[in-house]
Ligand binder design. Structure first.
Ligand code: C2E
Ligand code: MG
Ligand code: MG
Ligand code: MG
Length: 285
């Protein structure tokens, strides 16, 4: 393309960059109103017990109903929110909203909430979690906090202390996107963790890369021996679900089981699941 566009191409890229800069300037300004303007939404994606086919819980996934751009995915604004510091208030809002919603669900379904790595530097996090639990009346052991490997790479002692306080409250800790970061076995020893979520790139590779199966099997065995449950992300086909179930993987999540749902759709999903019906909402509206 650069060649065919000749001299114009330099300008083309320059304009593109300006557009991006302008766009992110705009988004940054809009982000200030997202919370106060009631523009944030939560969707809930089912997490299934692969061994029993029962729904185990849901992951809260953030959406921004932007006044002009429409429904905006977290990939487009979480990074920006981290840069401006808005992420602290946003994550706290998610925490409260997710706990309040899950408190309405029947049985002992879990709710998983994503936290950005930076949250683990915030002393107020433990209090924020405690407040969300008290306000919602949700039993602590139904809340799972998803943190990435990046969060565990920060100052080891303070992260350890924070995880210990959270677990003392009864809250569960998941490592999200496992396998994409540094995946050090050291932190399975250093930190107490309840659940590992294997990144969806491994699941996508199941069919193509012969090394993926032994790796997944090893992680599953490791989890079993350490008392850590293993959740596979991004299951899109019945074949993948079947393979992971056979390997002994505990839980699965992905479009095969259900897309992120609106809160009002969650109850239908739960009752259909209890009647043994499979209601796969393939596309997110
Ligand atoms: P994540 O925590 O790993 O969430 C899983 C992502 O994979 C979600 O994208 C989900 O919609 C998508 N997904 C689920 N099943 C499938 C599948 O079968 N195939 C494929 N290709 N994708 C699938 P989403 O909702 O766009 O979220 C992206 C990331 O944004 C999340 O990744 C998480 O890191 C972050 N995020 C989402 N909500 C929050 C939040 O409330 N707070 C923070 N700090 N981060 C959040
Ligand atoms: Mg997650
Ligand atoms: Mg994940
Ligand atoms: Mg992921």
């Amino acid at each position: 393309r650069a060649k065919s566009e000749g001299r114009g191409c330099f300008r083309f890229f320059e304009t593109g960059m300006d557009d991006d800069a302008v766009k992110s300037q705009e988004l940054r300004a809009d982000l200030r109103n997202a919370l106060s303007g009631d523009e944030l939404r939560l969707r809930f994606q089912p997490i299934m017990n692969l061994q029993t086919s029962a729904v185990a819980g849901f992951e809260a996934l953030l959406r921004w109903q932007h006044p002009r751009r429409g429904l905006t995915s977290p990939a487009e604004f979480i990074g920006l929110a981290e840069m401006t510091g808005a992420i602290i208030d946003i994550d706290r809002w998610v925490l409260r909203k997710a706990c309040a919603t899950a408190a309405q669900w029947p049985g002992d379904l879990s709710i998983s909430v994503n936290l950005t790595a930076g949250q683990f530097k915030e002393q107020g996090l433990v209090d924020a979690v405690a407040t969300a639990l008290v306000e919602s009346n949700l039993p602590a052991d139904r809340l799972r906090l998803e943190i990435t490997e990046a969060a565990l790479l920060q100052d080891s002692e303070s992260v350890r202390a924070m995880l210990a306080s959270l677990r003392q409250m009864g809250v569960r800790i998941s490592i999200d996107d496992f396998g994409t970061g540094y995946s050090s076995l050291g932190y399975l020893r250093r930190f107490q963790i309840d659940n590992i979520k294997i990144d969806r790139s491994f699941v996508a590779d199941l069919n193509g890369d012969a090394r993926t199966t032994p790796i997944l099997r090893a992680i599953t065995t490791l989890g079993q021996d350490l008392g850590i449950s293993i959740t596979a992300e991004g299951i899109e086909t019945p074949w993948q679900a079947d393979r992971l179930q056979t390997m002994g993987c505990h839980e699965g999540q992905g479009f095969h089981f259900g897309a992120p749902l609106d809160a009002f759709e969650v109850c239908d999903f739960i009752s259909a699941n209890r009647q043994g019906r499979h209601v796969s909402a393939l596309v997110e509206r």
